[in-house]
Design a protein around this ligand. Structure first.
Ligand SMILES: Cc1cc2nc3c(=O)[nH]c(=O)nc-3n(C[C@H](O)[C@H](O)[C@H](O)COP(=O)(O)OP(=O)(O)OC[C@H]3O[C@@H](n4cnc5c(N)ncnc54)[C@H](O)[C@@H]3O)c2cc1C
Length: 409
């Protein structure tokens, strides 16, 4: 398992590094903020179905889910003049242990998308590299940032604050509509996706139509099944703790402890909090409710962590806010489908040890934006279909280039 950790860590660093090389640098509120929700609808006469108002009917794109991928995509397509309708299950600020460290390559993508201000004013912390710990020894490795502007580095933050900033920014665009609702199925007619069926927050069943539906409903996606062949692997789980009032041995660095049986991560997510993620192999973790987890963390994990973090680690366990999340990986295996596209974790996932999920999602959004730019009318179904197919090809080519670069010194 330690080997897996080393591989994961190396991949994380290389991913960040590679995206610097493969990308040409072109170059409001903290937490709890609410997003304006516009959820009016017009009832149609037939079978109680709710049809949307004109602005909605005229949407060019429906985006399902406003997490990292959906919120960034809404901004991107909205800024390109598309009429975008976003349907998100829960518009309140997410509170999760995922997506808290954006690699520098992801930050470069944010710049390309004009979204770098979304990591401002959320107490995000800059990340300049990693510190590695094994058998009582440690070493520090820095990202190769010398050739970049001084603001370029990784960023770590509360995932929910970052997402909320992107949602707020999208909501300021007049042609972007954010709506709270749960999409229950894709609306298919003769092999083409025409829109979605969804339930509003009041439980009303509605249908929304658009020539393009982009599914970004995350790692637990219920909708991906009709658009790809999901082969999801769950090699381990992450157990999350929040350490308060302690210092990392190496400021502004992610910390990877190559422990037995598998790695432990630490990184600051605000000026007062350090996230700890303990990788627990297998799909079943010790029970939190009967105290087995606390016992495991204190007896197996705690003796292996750097002494500077020990007291904070024990205090976090005693505080009792222990959270878990399955670590999933899923290769991209899309069925190119007219009128629809998958994006983000719904499309593909890699072990979170790589810290690359958000970077890949943002990178895909750049590919899609550039691809769709010349296509002014998304109602031209045949042309749109060709464009969508080439998205998968372009993306593959770009990933192959990244893999190739990984092998180069
Ligand atoms: C433990 C863990 C740690 C991770 N750490 C990192 C990290 O440090 N760095 C990194 O880059 N990546 C990390 N990742 C991966 C990263 O979190 C994901 O790649 C990223 O969040 C994917 O964004 P997304 O928009 O696809 O999904 P999400 O951000 O999960 O968004 C999905 C959205 O869809 C909404 N939704 C779901 N179903 C529906 C529905 N039916 N109708 C309407 N809305 C719906 C959800 O409410 C949610 O808002 C981690 C993953 C895990 C599991």
């Amino acid at each position: 398992m330690v080997d897996q950790g080393i591989l994961g860590w190396i991949f994380a660093c290389l991913l960040g590094f590679v995206v610097f090389r493969s990308v040409l640098l072109k170059n409001k509120k903290k937490g709890g903020a609410s997003v304006e929700i516009r959820d009016e609808c017009v009832k149609s006469t037939a079978n109680g179905e709710c049809r949307s108002k004109t602005a909605y009917e005229e949407a060019d794109v429906i985006i399902v889910g406003a997490g990292v991928a959906g919120a960034a995509l809404a901004n991107t397509l909205g800024k390109d003049g598309r009429r975008v309708r976003v349907i998100e299950r829960d518009l309140t600020e997410p509170d999760r242990i995922v997506g808290e460290l954006l690699q520098p390559g992801g930050y470069l993508k944010l710049i390309e998308l004009g979204l770098q201000d979304c990591v401002e004013e959320i107490d995000a912390q800059r990340v300049f590299g990693y510190a590695l710990f094994k058998d009582g020894k440690n070493t520090k490795l820095s990202y190769p940032l010398e050739k970049f502007d001084s603001d370029v580095s990784g960023r770590s933050f509360h995932n929910g604050r970052f997402i909320q900033r992107m949602r707020e920014k999208a909501a300021t665009l007049p042609n972007v509509q954010l709506e709270q609702g749960t999409v229950t199925s894709l609306l298919e007619e003769k092999g083409t996706i025409r829109g979605v069926n969804y339930k509003t927050k009041d439980g009303e069943t509605m249908t929304a139509y658009a020539p393009l539906t982009i599914v970004c409903d995350g790692c637990f996606s219920n909708l991906r099944r009709s658009l790809c062949t999901p082969k999801v692997d769950v090699p381990s789980c992450f157990v999350g703790l929040l350490l308060e009032d302690c210092e990392l041995p190496f400021a502004n660095h992610g910390h990877v402890v190559l422990a037995d049986p598998s790695p432990i991560l630490f990184y600051r997510i605000s000026s007062t909090e350090i996230r700890c993620l303990v990788d627990v192999p297998g799909q079943k973790v010790p029970s939190i409710s009967n105290g087995e987890m606390a016992k495991y963390l204190k007896t197996v994990v705690a003796p292996q962590i750097p002494p500077e973090l020990y007291d904070g680690f024990i205090a976090a366990i005693n505080k009792g806010n222990i959270r878990t999340m399955p670590n999933r990986s899923m290769p991209a295996a899309p069925h190119p489908t007219p009128g629809a596209l998958l994006m983000g974790d719904a499309f593909n996932m890699r072990h979170p040890l790589t810290g690359g999920g958000m970077t890949v999602a943002l990178s895909d959004i750049v590919v899609l934006r550039d691809l769709l730019r010349p296509l002014h009318d998304l109602n031209d179904a045949a042309t749109l279909c060709k464009y969508l197919e080439s998205f998968y090809t372009l993306r593959k080519v770009s990933l192959k280039l990244v893999s190739l670069e990984l092998l180069l010194p």
